[in-house]
Design a binder for this molecule. Structure first.
Ligand code: F6R
Length: 598
């Protein structure tokens, strides 16, 4: 998991690459490096640490040169250290490359190359590629052909940027199962794992597909197939995100900024899909066998959708962790199956594998995605975009509430097709952005509350029905950024084991809006209180206030839509606890924004 960027043009490559790396740090940040053509060969600077520290120490941005490549790394093979940091080179040092992904057959390739006299410096899978190209160059007419022949020998996922000392007017880029996009400028061109890396310079992009490589110069770009070297015509797309949208806009962290962007993001998710959702509803309504596949937060959005589909439509829906589905669903998926893949990045390896399995079995695939042009969108029959805008904080916030929003829209559109009267729900959904705005006003109070909770060792989150996913998501948010152990569970499950862990002062967050199961929630809260647990309750009723230690007052709305609004105070709680405990909520340890390896 890494972020890569490449530049060629008249600008100062060092500075452009470092700026881009900083915007890619959400993809990995344990080490970084650059390779720049300084006119006296290719100069490499790299090391373990964050981009800013390394730039200060090693002077990445001060290197002279007009073409170069760079990477910020999240280790997969080989510990994060100076030697394993990218770029990696061949024996001669004339070929340097950066990589995002995993080369599955690197050990076998490495052995063969060592037998032929190649010397390896790092423990990475990546270095094999540089030596492999060097080896192919011995018997090829030109560098491009050597590269292509080397690529044909690789198994696994790889986005690559490659610089070769022997061809000073070009760079090479490769995509196979890891994201890579070209940025087309005036007299300069870019490539990166994600658009914000070069958005300051151009919003004109070309998305590479799996199995393609590109050759870019300062005034040209060509995309070709790895398989046969044939040219592929690609359309230039204009991205409407401004750089401002991808930056912090005055908030101390991206995560907080993104939490605050939710009213607008939810509005965009509703209005951006309103016109087309009916068509998607019609295309999938006939399916009775439905799987939802996703990971992490997106999985929780899938669980919410399950409750909604069952409740509003009477449809049986199975929600599966994509990493399990990909190895267990072979015999149960067929052409009568609908697979809904929820993935904000559209690049999560397990979710993509689940989509590929579904396609191979003839199923219809609908993806719910935030990143336009991502792999999931290209593999699927149908796509719903969540329109949340770029999310830089590693912890999903606005991409989650917009996933919930579009799943609600979809369920409602199907219900409408079937003649179910959903006017109350529809009207309530339109009020949701305003209600989220209201709930954000609890920010100060939640920060205060967090001060008294920051030493807690364990947290529990309980909910019922539509808010079981809310409980799971609240717990996930807390553990990933505050590093406090947290469990989310259905309130009914409490007595079947976890209640044994409740003792005096253990925080239990109860998600208890008015609705069919409110009284049941009150009973569960009392069970916790009897063990002296500390109840933080989210709800809209006086009765709840009476049974809780801390009451977070929520606006009233139909229970089907409460998860969208109730997620927000839980995000704020996790955020403040993380900050109070001295953590960087944007870059939680051991985690990366999109998990493009298995
Ligand atoms: C948690 C989080 C992850 C992602 C998961 C799936 O805050 O962000 O759990 O939800 O890695 O990612 P996508 O949605 O990109 O497939």
């Amino acid at each position: 998991m890494c972020g890569i960027i490449a530049y060629i043009g008249d600008g100062e490559a060092g500075k452009i690459l470092v700026d881009g790396l900083k915007r890619l740090e959400y993809r990995g940040y344990d080490s970084a490096g650059v390779a720049i053509d300084t006119g006296e060969g290719i100069t490499i600077k790299k090391g373990a640490g964050r981009v800013d520290e390394l730039n200060e120490m090693l002077g990445f941005s001060k290197l002279p040169g007009k073409r170069g490549i760079a990477q910020t790394r999240w280790a997969t093979h080989g510990e994060p250290n100076d030697v394993n940091a990218h770029p990696h080179t061949d024996c001669s040092g004339r070929i340097a490359l950066v990589h995002n992904g995993i080369i599955e057959n690197y050990l076998e390739l490495k052995e063969g190359l060592m037998e032929r006299g190649h010397t390896f410096k790092s423990e990475t899978d990546t270095e094999v590629i540089a030596h492999l190209i060097e080896e192919e160059l011995k018997s090829s007419e030109n560098f491009e052909e050597a590269l292509r022949r080397a690529l044909l020998k690789l198994k696994g996922s790889f986005a690559l940027a490659i610089i070769y000392a022997g061809e000073r007017d070009r760079l090479y880029l490769v995509r196979n199962e890891s994201p890579l996009v070209l940025g087309i400028g005036e007299g300069e061109n870019f490539a990166a794992s994600d658009v914000p890396a070069f958005l300051e310079y151009t919003n004109r992009v070309v998305f590479l597909d799996d199995g393609e490589y590109a050759v870019i110069g300062k005034d040209f770009y060509e995309v070709k197939r790895i398989e046969d070297g044939e040219r592929v015509e690609k359309e230039i797309q204009e991205i409407s995100w401004t750089l401002d949208m991808a930056e912090k806009a005055g908030y101390p962290h991206f995560m907080l900024k993104e939490i605050y962007e939710q009213p607008q993001a939810i509005k965009d998710a509703i209005y951006g899909n309103m016109e087309t959702i009916g068509e998607i509803a019609r295309a999938i309504d006939e399916y009775e066998k439905i799987f939802i596949v996703a990971m992490g937060t997106s999985y929780h959005a899938g669980l919410y959708a399950k409750y909604l589909f069952q409740h509003l439509l009477g449809k049986v829906v199975l929600v599966e962790d994509a990493s399990e589905f990909r190895y267990s669903a072979e015999k149960v998926v067929d052409e009568n199956t609908l697979v809904i893949a929820i993935t904000q990045s559209g690049e999560t390896a397990d979710t993509l594998a689940a989509i590929k399995l579904a396609k191979a079995k003839g199923a219809k695939v609908l993806s719910v995605v935030n990143v336009v042009g991502s792999m999931a969108t290209r593999l699927s029959d149908l796509v719903i975009y969540t329109h949340a805008g770029p999310e830089i904080g590693v912890a999903a916030t606005k991409t989650y509430t917009t996933q919930l929003t579009v799943m609600a829209l979809l369920a409602m559109a199907i219900a409408e097709l079937r003649g179910v009267n959903i006017s109350t729900l529809k009207e309530a959904l339109l009020r949701v952005p305003g209600l989220v705005e209201e709930v954000l006003k609890h920010d100060g109070a939640i920060r205060e509350l967090s001060k008294s909770l920051k030493e807690a060792r364990d947290f529990f989150y309980i909910g019922r029905s539509f808010n079981v996913p809310t409980a799971l998501e609240g717990a996930l948010k807390l553990k990933e950024i505050s590093y406090i152990h947290a469990e989310g569970l259905s309130a009914g499950e409490l007595k079947h084991g976890p209640l044994a862990l409740i003792e005096e002062g253990v925080p239990v967050v109860a998600i208890a809006p008015s609705g069919r199961l409110f009284e049941k929630m009150v009973s569960n809260i009392k069970e916790v209180s009897a063990r002296k647990g500390f109840i933080i309750a989210l709800g809209d009723s006086e009765e709840l206030k009476k049974v809780s230690d801390v009451f977070v007052e929520m606006p009233s709305l139909p229970e089907e839509l409460t998860p969208i609004v109730y997620a927000v105070p839980l995000q704020l709680l996790a955020y403040h606890l993380a900050v109070l405990r001295g953590n960087d909520p944007d870059k939680p340890r051991n985690l990366a924004k999109s998990v493009t390896v298995e």
